[in-house]
Ligand binder design. Structure first.
Ligand code: FE
Length: 174
């Protein structure tokens, strides 16, 4: 038993952090004013990187879509968490609709077809995607994939092209 010390409750933690610990990421403008922070990934589809975690193989980003119709059909070997910020969307495989303010858990093993309905001018959703997203045809044939490394590459190319520099992405990488 250690002796109980008297201290002011507002005393910050007094010891150094582990020296191997990574820096925190703080992004006040997660939904950015500066459009250059949106990385194009298809026509009228962009993502805004927040945390690109290469050490654990996941990424946190905002997905922004300004078109309606089918966006992609994909399989998740690992879980996804989503929080809808603006607009709404649904999957052809489910009868629910994800709407602004709503949370969605996509369990491992899901394969679904993302649709933004007519009349939605813009949808923005925060997604945490683990591992890999496999783009597939309706019978599961893999057409392509995305992982934290393809995301980092897209960011580098885009940030370079808009004058922010390829290493602008470094602040999001852990
Ligand atoms: Fe999904």
């Amino acid at each position: 038993m250690t002796e109980k010390k008297e201290y002011d409750p507002r005393t910050p933690y007094q010891l150094p952090f582990p020296k191997e610990a990574l820096d925190e990421i703080v992004i006040p403008d997660a939904v950015p004013e500066d459009d250059r922070l949106w990385v194009p990934q298809a026509e009228n589809v962009w993502f805004r990187p927040l945390c690109l975690n290469r050490s654990q193989g996941y990424w946190m980003n905002l997905l922004k879509v300004r078109k309606s119709g089918v966006l992609s059909r994909h399989r998740h070997p690992q879980p996804v968490h989503g929080f809808v910020i603006k607009g709404r969307w649904h999957y052809l495989e489910h009868d629910w609709v994800a709407e602004a303010g709503g949370y969605v858990f996509e369990p491992p093993g899901e394969t679904h077809t993302l649709v933004v309905p007519e009349g939605v001018e813009e949808m923005i959703t925060f997604f945490q995607v683990n591992g890999v997203m496999c783009y597939v045809d309706p019978w599961g044939e893999v057409l392509g994939y995305e992982d934290v490394f393809t995301k980092i590459e897209l960011c580098k190319k885009h940030f370079e092209s808009v004058g922010l520099g390829a290493d602008f992405v470094d602040q999001f990488i852990r």
